[in-house]
Ligand binder design. Structure first.
Ligand code: PGA
Length: 248
């Protein structure tokens, strides 16, 4: 049985003090140890939030990581730097990075490898746009996104990784994939991995992301290939994030 994981993605929201109180509020309501839970916070708040989550079950993650180990890359943050702040996870290839900042399948694969080199678990975000879905290209897009990482890192690298399936048309739009639509994509992803390495496919946590909320989380999480969620908007409020966590 795979353990579930609920990851918050705070994106570019909040202030130093709201980040601290949100982390404290989540910790206060964690309750029983039913699943893994972590928050991906803006880089600049990692240091503060790292202090707050220390010795608690709330894990810490970053929202991105550089595709190079060090050097003249102005504005980038390396995996080794993230490691110093006790980051357990790093998102790679979030659709907002791909859409607004030019992350490509290849640069995402390089980021994935950089995270792993420092023992940080990459959370590989994949998913199709509405146009791609309407053109029935969903599985082609997902395959290309996965191929790029498998080509660079090898299938064994997925032993220490998480995948987040996030249909772009569902992110921040209030449109959620139905339980069956999400399950279909998750099943496809697990089959893709299984064809290369069955043990990897059975072990890996595949999260759903895209307008997951307290009122739809239970149905999504009940699907056999959905192992938790990557939560954006609803993770900015401790109570709603905890409700989602308690739906696993
Ligand atoms: P959302 O974001 O829950 O606000 O749709 C999810 C994500 O982008 O990870």
């Amino acid at each position: 049985m795979r353990r579930s994981l609920v990851l918050g993605n705070w994106k570019m929201n909040g202030s130093r003090s709201s980040a601290e109180s949100l982390a404290k509020g989540i910790i206060a309501g964690l309750g029983a140890d039913i699943a893994d839970i972590a928050v991906c916070v803006p880089y600049i708040f990692l240091s503060d939030v790292a202090q707050i989550v220390k010795n608690t079950r709330l894990g810490l993650g970053a929202q991105n990581v550089a595709d190079k180990p060090s050097g003249a890359y102005t504005g980038e943050i390396s995996a080794a730097m993230l490691k110093e702040f006790a980051c357990k996870y790093a998102l790679v290839g979030h659709s907002e990075r791909r859409t607004y900042y030019g992350d490509t399948d290849q640069s995402v694969a390089a980021r994935f490898c950089q995270a792993q080199e420092q023992g940080i678990i990459p959370v590989l975000c994949i998913g199709e746009t509405l146009e791609q879905r309407q053109q029935e290209k969903t599985f082609d897009v997902i395959t290309a996104q996965l191929d790029a990482v498998v080509d660079l890192a090898g299938i064994a690298a997925f032993n220490n990784a998480v995948i987040a399936y996030e249909p772009v048309w569902a992110i921040g739009t209030g449109l959620t994939a139905t339980d069956d639509q999400a399950q279909e994509a998750h099943h496809f992803i697990r089959q893709y991995l299984s064809a290369k390495d069955q043990a990897v496919a059975e072990k890996i946590q595949i999260l759903y992301g895209g307008s997951a909320k307290p009122d739809n989380a239970k149905g999504l999480f009940a699907m056999p290939d959905i192992d938790g969620g990557l939560i954006g908007g609803a993770s900015l409020d401790a109570e709603s994030f905890l409700k989602i966590y308690h739906s696993v």
